[in-house]
Design a protein around this ligand. Structure first.
Ligand code: PEP
Length: 242
């Protein structure tokens, strides 16, 4: 089995009910490639009614099934709301909420138990890249954030350099290729189906650079923030992947 291609959109803390018109337009652009939209948790149930073939995901979940965790959402709740996927370990969660690799792995276990596919994010900061630590950071995050229960069916890995998220800056194609090759090699060494895991690149993917990025070896799609909010931007990115 080859890795499945996936165009994933992360709406972050953006979107009200009116934004679902964009989802209608995205769903209308079916072209055979897997598409995922992760709206804010408040919109998941409503989004499912607008999604057609587009999968709907959460942006985080708690590691516990239920309990005294004010403001948090469990994996079972996401599933119950109609989500099939959940983004975990996004750099904004790691920065804003101090999430560690170990916590991301615990969340991933909970998500898999609830039947969700996890999109686990990893990526170096600018200081780490400048310090020549990128490959070490990626290896450490992969080892710590991806649980042993990961399979090609329940896990997607997104390489998102922190300095490229929302900045309009992207790594060179060679830099993306180097990291994706390491991720592929590491997964293949650890998991029997590691060669089949979908690997995404994320960080300032736009209609103008998507095609070039999708041509890089071991890039099986993208995790897109800003350019996933409007069908007019996300549609051409989906088309570039097909
Ligand atoms: C993201 O938030 O995962 C992301 C990649 O954002 P952007 O596409 O806006 O850089």
């Amino acid at each position: 089995m080859a890795p499945k291609k996936l165009a994933a959109g992360n709406w972050k803390m953006n979107g009200l009910t009116a934004s679902l018109a964009e989802l209608d337009a995205i769903a209308a652009r079916e072209n055979g490639c897997d598409v995922l939209i992760c709206p804010p948790a408040t919109l998941i149930t409503a989004a499912v009614a607008h999604s057609g073939e587009v999968a709907i995901g959460g942006q985080d979940c708690h590691a516990a099934e239920s309990g005294a965790h004010t403001g948090d959402v469990s994996a079972a709740m996401l599933r119950d709301a109609g989500a099939s996927h959940v983004i975990l370990g996004h750099s904004e969660r790691r920065t804003d909420h101090g999430e560690t690799d170990g916590q991301v792995a615990q969340k991933a276990i909970a998500a898999h138990e609830a039947g969700l596919v996890t999109v686990i994010c990893i990526g170096e900061t600018e200081a780490q890249r400048d310090g020549g630590q990128t490959l070490d950071v990626i290896a450490t995050q992969l080892a710590g954030s991806v649980p042993d229960c990961a399979t090609a069916a329940n896990t997607v890995i997104a390489y998102e350099p922190v300095w490229a998220i929302g900045t309009g800056r992207t790594p060179t194609n060679d830099q993306i290729a180097e990291v994706h090759a390491l991720i592929r090699e590491t997964l293949a060494a650890r998991f029997s189906d590691g060669n089949d895991v979908t690997l995404l690149y994320g960080g300032s993917v736009k209609p103008g650079n998507a095609g070039e990025i999708f041509d890089i070896p071991h890039v099986n799609g993208a995790l897109v923030g800003g350019a996933s909010l409007k069908a007019g931007d996300f549609g051409p990115i989906i088309d570039a992947l097909a």
